[in-house]
Design a protein around this ligand. Sequence first.
Ligand code: MG
Length: 421
Amino acid sequence: MRTILHVDMDAFYASVEELDDPSLRGKAVLVGGAFRRGVVAAASYAARKKGARSAMPMAEALRRCPEAIVVPPRRERYAEVSARVFAIFRRYTPLVEGLSLDEAFLDVTESASLFGDGEAIARAIRAAIRAELSLTASAGVASSKFVAKVSSDLEKPDGLVVAPRDPRELAAFLAPLAVDRMWGIGPKTAPRLRELGFKTFGDLAAANVASLALVLGNMAARAKELARGQDDREVVPFGDAKSIGSESTYEHDIHGFEAISRAVLSHAEIVARRLVAEKLRARTVAVKIKLADFTLLSRQASLEEPVCDTQSIHEVGKELMSRFPLQDARVRLVGVAAHGLVEEPHTRPLFPDVERERRVRIERLVGAVNEKHEGAVTRATLLEEHRRRETWVGVAKEDLAKVVTDGEGPQRNDRDRRSRR
Ligand SMILES: [Mg+2]
């Protein structure tokens, strides 16, 4: 049985602003931009008391809390503080999986002999964050990621909750919690669940999957398991916290699986290009989708063989997407990230995967062509709505001839030309 911590900084961005500017301390502070899609990135606890929340449109937050001081986000500063928080996490275990700048899962199962049990480690981490950074964090301690995540939220701010490890005690601990607390269930879904009589984790755990599916679609069975505290996902550390990602927030929501898939493809392409340029490959591919109601869906897959080409990343991305109920979803953000980065192997494998190598070669050639001709090559699927086969089109025809030729492209062309002379 594993011991997993979820540690989450309290109102992180707002707390950093209060730390750096003492005149803000204890006041209603909203961090966020003021543009059309402006949303609250973080709200201080004083602002939350008036009903302002992070992820709320700024206009709505200011309506609820007119006296709030709006501070533009300073992402570099948050990243700097975040790096110090994560350095504290890593004193206790190398198995740290960041969910964002201010929260992470830590698998401390193997750390017990050095640092004590999960609760002792959570106390030590919270004390270090307070002493060294003058910030507070809340923590949940459990035998799974899901329960740790739910627990850390129960006594925020500055809380520590240790969930029972015994399955029956755990089910009893979770049963009375409101469905809104369920990680993965968004603010629009929770009211619909309540309408159907699913008010608590206990209701979900006892539910008939078919009736739960009316609201949760193909996630119903999974939600039922999670509500009982059954979750065997592992903590996946992201190498040295290095990752390559690309995401867009759309001015107008995109709609439908095909449109979302195309967005995933265009981000896969950007990520692949950077992987190739930096001679890296990714062991983990992650997809992030934010629905119009701000529900954040994210999934990642760890791959047996690390990848660095658009097609492989897109394939994994599409697979991950298919696990979300996206049939009628309106989506405001799509992102793709590559984690677990490893260096490109220097030697050829004994049994090379021909198809994979071809994809990598194409990625390199397209990268080179685009560098020369400023983005001349675009995947056909990005241009044409219904074309399924991915082919390459572009204006740099001469270079493309090399790309399209399967396998030994350039050399064969050269040889052909020579023999014709
Ligand atoms: Mg937080």
